[in-house]
Design a protein around this ligand. Structure first.
Ligand SMILES: NC(=O)c1ccc[n+]([C@@H]2O[C@H](COP(=O)([O-])OP(=O)(O)OC[C@H]3O[C@@H](n4cnc5c(N)ncnc54)[C@H](O)[C@@H]3O)[C@@H](O)[C@H]2O)c1
Length: 384
């Protein structure tokens, strides 16, 4: 099998998450990074191309040049991954789609839901893929949790607690020039949400992914604990879901000293409960109404087909963050190849987060900010 060539915008030697994308997309040998405009800094863009073994003439210093030259090639890129700060997502994604490329786009998708919808509409009109990287949905035990909820194993969902807690913004590190903090705390670059957009959108997406529920309305309390910071670094949100008695509590914070990536979800239904923590991603605890809680492990017998398809090593040989990310890429690659070959995409392709998920993430941020500005008023989330 020939690996699918792909491109990247951002993700150079100066980047955080682009490095993870590059490794994850190539983990299974099904894709190959062939071109990129890898940094805003031309020297770093070139150096990164050399470090990643990209041909020098395909390591670009300008996105426009990359799209023009790559569009003219016979061996066209299967997709372009956009892993740049939030304010660049809309213009870059629109350019890539206009040039005829499938897109893998980081979250939060854009600054406004109007911009996000524009990307989703353009992708649909052009028959192109736009995957928004809510990568936590790639974990096998998260996918299994979704299958359990779908099968009725915990009955009707009543209560969802989802949290994403970090501590790295507990002091004003943006003033020390930490690149990732500088743009994340600047409304012109991050958007309306601070912690809310950065990690709250992952929590919102994880809850909707596993439960299948959709937020109907919410009530939010946003705080900037660090003096002089414009955007929230802490959020607490109460949630009501559409067509369901279920209620949710979502918290996200980047000032929880000692927390690294404390993403966790607990879901309680009429017949049982489930718990999953991303820092221990191989285990999923299921508690039935009667009897003892059971801890299910990745790689063990009897898990759902999607969990098995998302697994590489036998149980006890741990998998983690990169593998979960790689599962999204396996889905993207299958979706692109299925479209090219005129066949139905497989289960992994059906599980990837879509532009629609990205749009909902931006609406979630907007609705939280609207609620908080009104002193915590309940506000409906636009379902469109
Ligand atoms: N899914 C996740 O788990 C996850 C984790 C971290 C970050 N993110 C998202 O990924 C994106 C990048 O975050 P990061 O922490 O890696 O940022 P970063 O600052 O570490 O890296 C940004 C990269 O983009 C490049 N860049 C900036 N503007 C560019 C432009 N116009 N053209 C080409 N390259 C450009 C920079 O040079 C750098 O290589 C953000 O949207 C962020 O929200 C997602």
């Amino acid at each position: 099998m020939t690996p699918l060539p792909f491109g990247m915008i951002g993700g150079g030697l100066d980047a955080f998450i682009g490095q993870v994308h590059r490794r994850a997309a190539q983990l299974d040998g099904t894709a190959r990074l062939a071109a990129g405009a890898l940094s805003i800094d031309p020297k770093i863009a070139k150096d990164s191309g050399a470090a990643y073994a990209i041909d020098d003439d395909r390591a670009y210093t300008s996105v426009d040049e990359m799209l023009e030259r790559e569009s003219a090639r016979d061996d066209k890129l299967g997709f372009i991954t956009i892993v740049t700060p939030n304010h660049t997502h809309h213009p870059l994604a629109m350019k890539c789609l206009h040039a005829g490329f499938n897109v893998v786009l980081e979250k939060p998708m854009t600054h406004t839901s109007g911009q996000a919808q524009e990307i989703a509409d353009l992708a649909r009109d052009k028959g192109l893929l736009c995957c928004v990287t809510h990568n936590y949905t790639g974990y096998p035990m998260v996918r299994h949790a979704r299958e359990l909820v779908r099968s009725g194993a915990i009955g009707d969902v009543r209560k969802v607690f989802v949290e994403y807690h970090q501590g790295w913004l507990a002091t004003k590190v943006e003033d020390e020039g930490v690149q990732q903090a500088v743009w994340r705390t600047d409304p012109a670059k991050a958007g309306l949400g601070g912690a809310l957009g950065d990690i709250g959108t992952h929590a919102e997406n994880l809850a909707e992914f596993i439960t299948g529920l959709r937020i109907e309305s919410l009530c939010a309390d946003l705080t900037s604990f660090v003096h002089g910071r414009e955007l929230d670094d802490d959020a607490a949100v109460l949630i009501r879901y559409t067509d369901s008695m279920a209620k949710g509590v979502l918290t996200c914070s980047q000032v929880c000293v000692g927390e690294a990536n404390g993403l966790a979800i607990r879901i309680y239904g009429t017949q049982g409960g489930i718990t999953w923590r991303q820092e221990f991603p191989e285990q999923l605890t299921v508690s039935p109404l009667e009897g003892s809680p059971t801890t299910l492990s990745r790689g063990a017998d009897g898990l759902s087909e999607i969990a098995e398809l998302s697994t590489r090593t036998p149980g006890g040989h741990p998998e983690g963050f990169i593998e979960a990310f790689a599962n999204l890429y396996l889905g993207v690659i299958d979706a692109v190849e299925a479209q090219r070959d005129g066949r139905e995409p497989g289960l992994l392709a059906q599980a990837i987060p879509t532009a629609g998920d990205g749009v909902r993430g931006v609406r979630f941020v907007e609705t939280c900010v609207a609620s908080a500005r009104e002193g915590g008023k309940w506000v409906d989330l636009d379902p469109a």
